[in-house]
Design a protein around this ligand. Structure first.
Ligand SMILES: *[C@@H]1O[C@H](CO)[C@@H](O)[C@H](O)[C@H]1NC(C)=O
Ligand SMILES: *[C@@H]1O[C@H](CO)[C@@H](O)[C@H](O)[C@H]1NC(C)=O
Length: 207
């Protein structure tokens, strides 16, 4: 009988710590390729874990100029991408998974295109091209609302890899679910969409 109390306490302790750990796995610091914490509103490049090049913001799709610009994956292996800033409306120093973020190339306006460079999903529930990621929206709006999620089964467990979700309702109105972002081929160009399929797995590289 004397043994029971310590046993019960130990059991309670185990239950408490495991539930603590499992509840914190969803909200963690985002880490870059070198294992450092990813900073809010600081330029990073993002690239795939396996094949293809990094993500760039392009003004040309299928040889035609576009405005607003679109984020695309450069198909060339090891191609260097554009710089993007990941910014949380609620200011903190480091990005967390499960925090609301906007993604902006922060680049100045080019040529005749007078649109924002915030990643934007015009209509997450529509078919392509309306559910393809473009730019042009404003910061902290439903159409520019994303979150970073730890990749469920990383290709390389030694590398911190992530996937992106579009979560309109986190920044205002819209469908209350989050949409996984995956690659969608658009006129031979590797764009991003909410269509479904394997989420795009990527890594942060500090500039
Ligand atoms: C760009 O857009 C802003 C706001 O819509 C407008 O005030 C400005 O005149 C535009 N600039 C050009 C060069 O079109
Ligand atoms: C998002 O992707 C994850 C990982 O592949 C998957 O487990 C989950 O079911 C997907 N969610 C939706 C809504 O497709």
């Amino acid at each position: 009988m004397k043994q029971t109390l310590p046993c019960v306490l130990l059991l309670l302790f185990i239950i408490a710590t495991t539930s603590l750990f499992s509840s914190t796995t969803a909200d963690q610091d985002v880490k870059d390729s070198t294992g450092n914490k990813v900073l809010d509103n600081v330029p990073y490049r993002i690239g795939p874990v396996t094949k293809g090049g990094q993500i760039k913001l392009t003004d040309t799709i299928a040889k035609k100029k576009v405005c607003p610009f679109n984020p695309v994956q450069d198909p060339a292996q090891n191609a260097i991408g554009s710089q993007f800033r990941f910014t949380m409306p609620r200011k903190t120093k480091y990005l967390r998974t499960s925090s609301v973020i906007g993604i902006d190339s922060g680049s100045s306006k080019l040529d005749q295109c007078n649109e924002s460079t915030f990643w934007t999903v015009p209509d997450a529930e529509a078919k392509p091209p309306s559910n393809l990621i473009t730019t042009g929206g404003g910061f902290d709006q439903a159409i520019t609302c994303f979150q970073i999620v730890g990749y469920p089964k990383p290709t390389n467990p030694k590398v911190h890899s992530y996937m992106l979700q579009h979560c309109p309702s986190f920044c205002g109105a819209g469908p209350s679910t989050c949409f996984n972002i995956s690659i969608h081929m658009d006129n031979g160009v590797r764009r991003f969409s909410t269509t479904g399929g394997t989420p795009f797995e990527f890594v942060f590289y500090k500039v």
